[in-house]
Design a protein around this ligand. Structure first.
Ligand code: URP
Ligand code: ZN
Ligand code: ZN
Ligand code: ZN
Length: 485
C-alpha cells in the first residue's frame, strides 16, 4: 500500500517547492510532479513539512511530590493531533540507577505511545556508578544528558559534578543539556519572599529573575568550554541567557539554545492574574518574562543564534497546582503546550513575518534532528526518510480551548488564543494518524523508540581542538635546572 500527498507545497528547512510526496511503507519513496499511489491525500493549499519534533517533554514524571498528569498515551496522541510526530522525554533516575530509570521510562513509553519517541538521561548527582552507567546509556541509543543547575536539594548538581559529567559526555560523544538557573540564589530568594509574606504564584517569578538565568548560562558555557564539549541550553527564556549563547557562538563555541513556545507567546503578566488558579497553572521554571525578552528570543530564532522551539511539556492538573496554595515553592513547576506548539508558532511567528516557513521547519524539526543525530531519518522530507509528515493548512484556524484539547489536563495556558496553521493530516512512519475532521484515537503501542547514536569521533571537532591546544609540561634540559634538584 502506498500513499501520495498531492498538490501541496513541500516546505523544508532550506527551500519550498511544489511537489507530490510518495510514501511506500514507512518511508518517503519519491518527491516530484505527477506521482500516483493507492491512497491520495489532498494537500492543495497546504505546506507539506517534516513532522514536528518536541525535544523537551516530561510525561508521567515524578516531580515535586507528585507525577505529571499527562500520560504517554494522552501526551503522544495530543502531540500527533498538533502535528508533532516525535517527542524526546527526560528520564530522571533515583540516585545513580540510570539503567533502572531508563527501563522504567522505556516500558511506559513502549506500552502507550502513539508517536515515536526518544529519551534524554538526567544526571542528578555524581559517582563512579553514574560514570559507568553513562556508557551503557549511550549504548542504549541515548546520546544526551541533562543537568539541572536549579531545584536545590532535589535535582540540582554542583559545578564540579557538572564538569565531571561534561567531560564524560565529551569522551562518549554525547551532548550535555543544561537547565540554567542559579539554584542557590533561587532558593535564597524563595525564602526571602516567603519571609516577607509574598506567598502567591507571583513570587515564583520574583524569585527567578532573568539575571539568575543569565549567570547560570554563562557558567554552563564556561564549564562546557573547559570540558571541550558542545552544550545545549534548554528553555532559554530571556535576553540575558540568549546574550550569553550569542556571545559564545560568536567566539566559535558550539552552544545551542532552545526557547519554548510558551515564553515566546506569554508574559509575566500572567502571574498578576487575580485568579490564583490561573496564575499557578502558569508556574514553570524559568518563569514567563517581560515582553521585551520575547523580541530577543524571536530575533535569535530568525538570526540563528537560537535553534529550536520546544514546549517543556510538563502538565499538572489544577488540583496538583493547589499543592502550593499557601506556599508558592510547593506549586509543581511546569506547563503544557505540545499540542499547540506548531499552530502557536505559525501564528505568532510566520503570520507576523518574524519567521519564514522554512525557518519554522528548521526550528520545529530539522535543527533538532541534526543536533540529536537522527537527521535525515527524522526532520527531513527526502527519499529514504521516515514518512513523519505534517500537512499543515495555513488557512485553517481555531480558538484554543482546554475543553477541546487531547491533553489530559483541565486547562490550557493558551486558552482563548486564536491560531492558524493546523494539521490537515499528520503521518507517522507512513500512517495517517490524525486528519482534520476525522475521528483519530490514540494508538497505544504503535510508537517506536528512536535510537540516537553517539556522535562519531570524526565529528568531535571541539574535543580534538581541545586536545591539540591543551596545556603541556615544558620539557627542560637538566643543564637548565638549578643544581641539586
Ligand atoms: O518548570 C519546569 N520547567 N518543569 C519541568 C522540569 C524542568 O525544569 O524542565
Ligand atoms: Zn528544566
Ligand atoms: Zn483564569
Ligand atoms: Zn523540562
Amino acid at each position: 500500500m502506498s500513499i501520495v500527498i498531492k498538490g501541496g507545497t513541500v516546505v523544508a528547512a532550506d527551500r519550498s517547492y511544489e511537489a507530490d510526496v510518495l510514501i511506500e511503507g514507512e518511508r518517503i519513496a519519491a518527491i516530484g510532479p505527477y506521482l500516483s499511489g493507492d491512497t491520495v491525500l489532498d494537500a492543495a493549499g497546504t505546506c507539506v513539512m517534516p513532522g514536528g519534533i518536541d525535544p523537551h517533554t516530561h510525561l508521567e514524571m515524578p516531580f515535586m511530590g507528585t507525577t505529571t498528569a499527562e500520560t504517554w498515551e494522552s501526551g503522544t496522541f495530543a502531540a500527533l493531533s498538533g502535528g508533532t510526530t516525535m517527542v524526546v522525554d527526560f528520564v530522571i533516575p533515583e540516585g545513580d540507577d540510570l539503567i533502572g530509570a531508563l527501563d522504567a521510562w522505556e516500558a511506559r513509553a513502549k506500552r502507550q505511545a502513539s508517536s515515536d519517541y526518544s529519551f534524554h538521561m538526567c544526571i542528578t548527582g555524581w559517582s563512579e556508578a553514574t560514570f559507568d552507567a553513562m556508557e551503557l546509556v549511550v549504548a542504549r541509543g541515548v546520546n544526551s544528558f541533562k543537568h539541572f543547575m536549579a531545584y536545590k536539594g532535589a535535582l540540582m548538581v554542583d559545578d564540579d559534578q557538572m564538569f565531571a559529567s561534561f567531560q564524560r559526555c565529551a569522551a562518549l560523544g554525547a551532548l550535555p543539556l543544561v537547565h540554567a538557573e542559579n539554584g542557590d540564589i533561587v532558593a535564597a530568594l524563595q525564602q526571602k519572599f516567603l519571609a516577607e509574606g509574598i506567598r502567591g504564584p507571583e513570587a515564583h517569578a520574583y524569585s527567578r529573575p532573568p539575571e539568575v538565568e543569565g549567570e547560570a548560562v554563562n557558567r554552563a558555557i564556561m564549564i562546557a568550554d573547559a570540558a571541550g564539549v558542545p552544550v545545549y541550553i534548554v528553555h532559554v527564556s530571556c535576553e540575558q541567557a540568549h546574550e550569553a549563547i550569542r556571545r559564545a557562538r560568536q567566539k566559535g563555541m558550539r552552544v545551542y539554545g532552545e526557547p519554548l513556545a510558551q515564553h515566546l507567546a506569554l508574559d509575566e503578566g500572567e502571574y498578576a492574574h487575580p485568579d490564583w488558579d490561573h496564575a499557578a497553572q502558569r508556574v514553570m521554571s524559568p518563569p514567563f518574562r517581560d515582553k521585551l525578552h520575547q523580541d530577543s528570543l524571536w530575533a535569535g530564532l530568525s538570526s540563528g543564534s537560537l535553534q529550536v522551539v520546544a514546549t517543556d511539556h510538563c502538565a499538572f492538573t489544577t488540583a496538583q497546582k493547589r499543592m502550593g496554595l499557601t506556599d508558592f515553592t510547593k506549586i509543581p513547576n511546569g506547563t503544557g503546550g505540545l499540542e499547540d506548539r506548531l499552530p502557536v508558532l505559525w501564528t505568532k511567528g510566520v503570520e507576523t513575518g518574524r519567521l519564514t516557513p522554512n525557518e519554522f521547519v528548521a526550528v520545529t524539526s530539522t535543527n533538532i534532528a541534526r543536533i540529536l543525530n537522527i537527521y535525515p531519518k527524522k526532520g527531513a522530507i527526502a527519499p529514504g526518510a521516515d514518512a513523519d509528515i505534517v500537512v499543515l493548512d495555513p488557512k485553517a484556524g481555531k480558538t484554543i480551548r482546554a475543553s477541546a484539547q487531547k491533553s489530559a489536563i483541565d486547562y490550557n495556558v493558551f486558552e482563548g488564543v486564536e491560531v492558524r496553521g493546523l494539521p490537515r493530516f499528520t503521518l507517522s512512519r507512513g500512517e495517517v494518524v490524525y486528519s482534520a475532521g476525522g475521528n483519530a484515537t490514540p494508538r497505544p503501542g504503535r510508537g517506536r523508540f528512536v535510537s540516537r547514536p553517539a556522535f562519531p569521533a570524526a565529528n568531535r571537532a571541539l574535543s580534538t581542538w581541545k586536545a591539540l591546544v591543551a596545556p603541556r609540561a615544558v620539557e627542560r634540559d637538566p643543564a637548565h635546572m638549578p643544581i641539586g634538584v
